[in-house]
Design a protein around this ligand. Structure first.
Ligand SMILES: NC(=O)c1ccc[n+]([C@@H]2O[C@H](COP(=O)([O-])OP(=O)(O)OC[C@H]3O[C@@H](n4cnc5c(N)ncnc54)[C@H](O)[C@@H]3O)[C@@H](O)[C@H]2O)c1
Length: 318
């Protein structure tokens, strides 16, 4: 049985990965998380092959006690301070994540981990110099602390492979949405407002384009990469390559949720809002052997999941 550690595993992507690994494979999954933005209710706590340990990866004593007490075969390092507003308002907290990256990679190197999977971000490309963005040739234009930290994390992975022979796979996640996403992200914010019939706040004129990757596409690619030795020591964009403007996203959410909400426009952000983002996903397609989930279908799944949560809450109140 493979022993897998997911840091930041109580978060949206990590908890979905944990559940998928437990369903498809005979794995033991351990999640560590400091619950900064994660939610313990996302986790399969009743599964006998699952362990949760509250732990801050930036604290060496805490994470080393976990990683030396177990022998992990694979580590997914997903813990990070996230959310555009939070990362802009707390840049020094973001920079502290470099300590966590170093802690996790040192412990991987010293405890015989077979491969580390690191969640980098489309943010490393910064304001794009070309579209689409290719993993190995598009220049990295990262300027803000969150993007710089992701870039440093990538450098750690490549360096530890070259110097200490620790295999890695770097995932550059582009906007990923799904039912357990916190309201730090645009899709859950718009969806909640639409379902409540409240104004939907678009920043700027809404002409900035994004792509939206449904959580299952992200998780299935990560699991396919785990199984595929050719992804070792590779950097992969993980995202969807259908671009949509933020205004169109708001309109789509209003339409499919049958909402009466209106779109309102807020002043542009001074920093941190790229005009365009679009991944080249040829590498992702070589490991994920199916079509991607279209945005409209992913949004419908989120609406269904949210209705379920609301129904449960209403029953609990009675
Ligand atoms: N969701 C996206 O669109 C997206 C895009 C690009 C990159 N990413 C990256 O993917 C990873 C997962 O993001 P997510 O969307 O699931 O966000 P999330 O906030 O749901 O998950 C991050 C998790 O890390 C935990 N965490 C933060 N600091 C920690 C620390 N010091 N020690 C232990 N746990 C800590 C949080 O409590 C949370 O559970 C992150 O590294 C993020 O930067 C996400």
């Amino acid at each position: 049985m493979a022993q897998i550690l997911i840091t930041g595993g109580a978060g949206s992507i990590g908890s979905s990965l944990a559940k998928a690994l437990l369903q498809i494979e005979s794995h033991h999954v351990t999640v560590v998380d400091n619950l900064l933005t994660g939610n313990i209710e996302n986790l399969p706590l009743d599964d006998p092959n699952f362990t949760f340990i509250k732990c801050d990866v930036n604290d060496f004593n805490e994470i080393s006690s976990v990683m030396t007490a177990h022998t992990f075969d694979y580590v997914f390092h997903y813990a990070a301070v996230v959310g555009v507003e939070r990362t802009l308002q707390h840049p020094s907290m973001v920079l502290d994540d470099i300590t966590g990256i170093r802690n996790v990679l040192n412990l991987c190197k010293n405890t015989g981990v077979k491969r580390v999977f690191y969640s980098s971000s489309s943010e490393v490309y910064g304001e794009p110099v070309e579209i689409p963005q290719y993993e190995d040739t598009t220049p990295l234009n990262a300027r803000l602390p969150y993007a710089i930290v992701k870039n440093v994390g990538e450098a750690y992975c490549r360096t530890y492979q070259e110097e200490f022979n620790l295999p890695y796979t770097i995932f550059r996640f582009f906007n990923t949405y799904g039912p357990h996403q916190s309201e730090d992200f645009v899709v859950p914010i718009f969806l909640e407002k639409a379902l409540a019939g409240k104004d939907i706040p678009v920043i700027g004129d809404g002409s900035q384009t994004r792509t939206f990757c449904y959580i299952d596409d992200n998780v299935d690619t990560a699991i396919a990469a785990l199984k595929n030795p050719q992804t070792e020591n590779q950097t992969m964009n993980i995202g969807n390559n259908t671009a949509i403007t933020i205004k169109q996203l708001a309109e789509l959410i209003i339409r499919i949720s049958g909402s009466t909400s209106k779109i309102i426009y807020l002043p542009e952000r001074k920093r941190g809002d790229m005009k365009r983002r679009l991944p080249d996903i040829s590498k992702m397609r070589t490991v994920l052997d199916r079509d991607l989930i279209p945005l409209e279908e992913g949004l419908m799944r989120m609406i269904e999941a949210r209705k379920g949560v609301r129904k449960e809450a209403t029953v609990a109140q009675i």
